[in-house]
Design a protein around this ligand. Sequence first.
Ligand code: ATR
Length: 284
Amino acid sequence: MSLQFQLIGYPIKHSLSPWIHERFLSKANLQGTYEINEIDLQDSFEDRIMEMKNNKKLNGFNVTVPYKQKIIPYLDSLDKHAEKLGAVNTVLINKDGKWIGYNTDSTGYVRALETKYPELTKERKSKHVLILGAGGAARGIYCGLDFAGYVNIDIANRTTEKAREIAELRSESTNTKILTLKEVESDLSKYDIIIQTTSVGMKPNIKNTIISLNSLKPDVIVSDIVYQPIKTKFLKEAEELGARIHFGHTMLLYQGLYAFEIWTGLSIDIKNMDEKLQQVLEGR
Ligand code: ATR
């Protein structure tokens, strides 16, 4: 039997997801395909989704911008992460033909971070986390950390109102302070983990950083979800100040891995894929 997966979104012609999932399929010794199914903004979304519903060979698909919310009315049920976030990036089509929505961005980020720094899994409650930015990515990461058991997660953003909206999603035991980017610049030394979630520093604007880093905690982890370039100026500056760093492209791998596990029920070893994906990105 050959499995069939797809990615919907716009624009997605340059997506790395086919590269990632084709390798997962091969590592799992499974026959299958992962295809780009771009839905143009002028197309009827409903018609395109109905075409997919009629494709009885489809086993599941990923959803990316701008359709992560728009897909929800077409689903039969949602997992708790997707429900809380109000956004779906993975759909499983089960053997009864039911469409089940998941969000693997949130868990994927935390898994990527904790795979690189496994000691964090035992220290979630004591770590003080700072999220920079308050867009869709920040929202997923905030909920992922909250679900995983981190209880001190502050958010700094240019527009504090957006950060406040994200903090409304917190569970009872989580404490969140909202700060401006200016305020947080002078208060960085209390954080154990700093996560940059905006597009600031992405190619071609590689000279930009969201805040200037100074007086960091000695063993702080600084993470940046931007992966073009792999080592952003923000990460370079953090490294020069003695921080341990964490690259954004690993988030792509782990959100993909979690989707693959949902679709196939299989767990695979993705050792070395991190370096291979890095080479692919550096060749672009
Ligand atoms: P995504 O869904 O990919 O996370 P988004 O929703 O456009 O993207 O969110 C972008 C985030 O980056 C926002 O928090 C935005 O700040 P505002 O909420 O104030 O708009 C932040 N951002 C983008 N460009 C920025 C810049 N030059 N300086 C500071 N923050 C920036």
